[in-house]
Design a protein around this ligand. Sequence first.
Ligand code: AAL
Length: 426
Amino acid sequence: MKQINLLNLLLLCLTLVIAVSCTETKKQEGTAEYQVFPHKMPIEKPDFPLSAAAERMFDYPAPRAQDNELFTQFKYTRLEGLDYNGGDGTITRRDPSRPILVDGKYYMWYTKRHTKVPPVGARNAGEATDEIPSTDWDLCDLWYATSTDGFKWEEQGIAVARPPKPALGWRSVATPDILVWKGKYYLYFQAFNEPSGTKGDWCPISMAYADSPNGPWTHVGKPVVPFGKKGEWDQDQTQDPHPIIYKGKIYLYYKAAYNKWPDLRDKYAVAHGLAIAEDPFGPFEKCPLNPVLNSGHETTYFPFKEGIAALAIKDGNEAQTMQYAEDGVNFKIAATVELTPTAAGAYTPDAFTGTDYGRGVTWGMCHFINAASTRDRKHSIIARFDCDLSLDCDEKWLKSTGVWHRPDVYFKQGLGGLRKKREGIK
Ligand code: AAL
């Protein structure tokens, strides 16, 4: 009995010695009192030493993803009303603009290809003719459709057609986005003078304007966001224009692929730049800090609180993230997201109001470029996505922190032939 008591006493002493020495070490280092991260999630960043990861939790809009206004899941719906010729590859619709609401109707603009045959692909661009498209976005015009609910769409016809050769865009006009400025409408888009894939995907952003969303549209016939000088990151292309009215000016975000592409296709990198204008016709001054987003492919931006939010999808170290820039320029990761919409244009009621406190978005349009059942029927389809990236909605089901995919989705990402061959597996 006595022995057990003595043992207990010894243990107690040992614990005290360890505790005292820990505290002393902390004191020697001059740090605050040793504290353990609490079980109840702190609202503010705790005022004691944290690991880098714990510290970062408080750099996001909220430490828990479920409470983060810029975290969401994305849900998808097939559109009704748009025909694809049985998916044979002769009709493509892709790169939708953000939809806008005018007199009770939603309008969207997009790239449409209706060719006799499907595209031969960028690598075979030399085989392209006046009737044979190289890429999916070669030999295209800008079309538009309207809807009363955002699910059923009625195609209305061509908004901006390819002009006759040699005018800018004679080969293809693609990837439009809309700006509403002082009651008038402006479509910014890519204007190609060669089959995409010839040297690369080289084209500048051009523009067309109209008094009504139904047109008629007048194409300015020249680049409005020109290439950078040789040696600059955007020397060969300005693409995916995405305009917003911010701080009383037009903030047009765009994309360029760089780093020696196309000579070294596998070394390519993609980033986004910002060009600012006081008038839709320009001049667009490129932000000296460009590129402003180091990841992502097509551009998706919207006013959010005092700043601008962006979605970075594929490409780059920060792919699959929502980002936020309080000044529209210096973006930081605000959330990591999954199953992100490709080439998304979100319905953004305050994109053109000049708001000083953006409310965010809940739905929009996107595309799937692999809609074909087989490679020789290559085409894209436009779809709708829904999400909760809005200050005005709080839909718990869209804030769940993960979605489950069936095994088929994973098995589709199989080994293919290469690795099996290397490892000698039959
Ligand atoms: C896209 C965009 C641009 C490219 C091509 C059509 O989705 O990045 O528009 O040029 O692919």
